[in-house]
Ligand binder design. Sequence first.
Ligand code: X2X
Length: 333
Amino acid sequence: MNFLKTSATALTSILAGLAMMSAASAETFRLSHNTGDTTTWHRGAEKFNELVKAATGDEMDIRIFPNAQLSGGDQMRQAEMVGRGAIEFVITSAINVTPLEPQMAVFSLPYLYSSYEDVDATVDGAPGDAMKEIMLKHNIVVLAWGENGFREVTNSQRPITKPEDLAGLKMRVAGPMYIDVMNALGANPQQMQWTETFTALQQGVVDGQENPVGAVIIPQRVYEVQKYLTTWKYSYDPVFLGVSKQLWDSWDAETQEKMQAAATEAMAYQKQITREDTDKGLDTLRENGMEIYEPTAEELQAFRDATQPAFDTWADRVGTDLVQTFQDAIAAN
Ligand code: X2X
């Protein structure tokens, strides 16, 4: 009896010792993203952590920091910090990277895309690979593309059915290109951190904003502070999972392969749940009191025409050759 008790105690302490050893040898990396912990961005990050842990036998894991906490709340700074190795991983969207790399605005040019098929033909094709090369110059390895989605406009004042309805509306936007797009539409845009936007909408500092339905509007409960949504599909925004090149280069081929596989699978999952939540999203929003306007093809053309000056300005800035490779891939699809 005594013997059994002693050996059980010994076993317990051996097991505890082993657990401590593996905890000590586990390597934890930080992943920054700039939305809340209910979004599909966050769920994609959690999936990545799960897969990394499984692939490395818990020797590596990922700690997720939402709301751009690691960059002091500045969503545009995350990518730059990853580039110089101050943060290991990031999930962020293309528009957030435009201050670092203006060419990333190519994805989000107004009305470049009219369907998911067009999106997939470019993001998963040669144009997406070309953008990975461009990001590598900033010491960011883009491991996989996910989806923020088609950005839909919401506001608290009135239904938007035509460009003129935006006149004078105070619109929160995420990045520089959207300032030009909103100005072309006659709105009154202002750039603001996403984390400050809910309160700004609630207090009427701004009247409206634009974001994707499945990835952001629903999980972050934008419907609580906005009455009207128009499915104008004016701009597509991909997300990506990126890692600091410095860290990437420090790994052997086997570790790189594990990380790449985990990233590919996690972002495929993130894209899938984003599309699912977007598909059922309009019903959810109606149930929560929003009034939805779905423009006809003709009405969409009016928005497309009105935003053409911003398209042209940004196509020049991005480089018309790069824009052409996107348009060619779309046309060939
Ligand atoms: O800030 C936004 O609007 C968001 C969350 O969609 C982006 O990160 C671009």
